[in-house]
Design a protein. Structure first.
Length: 83
């Protein structure tokens, strides 16, 4: 990928803009990391962000920000892993 976003932080907010979860390096939270690994969704780079959350139906916003407000290309993927 050309110009990837450097060391991103991922935030998940509800429809009212309230922060529900955030992550900088996906392995920072052992519980989150275990869920991502169990689902086969662990990022390949330790500096990438990742969240594993269970949400009720509704509107949500994912914000991806580069370290020190850097810019670049980022990708946010959302998966429904079922019950």
């Amino acid at each position: 990928m050309s110009n990837p976003l450097s060391n991103p932080t991922l935030e998940l907010r509800n429809g009212d803009g309230v922060l529900l979860a955030a992550n900088n390096d996906w392995q920072d939270d052992p519980v989150q990391a275990a869920k991502l690994m169990a689902a086969g969704l662990a990022p390949s780079n330790n500096l990438e962000a990742g969240l594993a959350v269970t949400l009720p139906p509704g509107r949500y916003t994912a914000l991806l920000v580069g370290e020190n407000n850097t810019t670049g290309i980022g990708l946010v993927e959302v998966y429904d892993l079922g019950p």
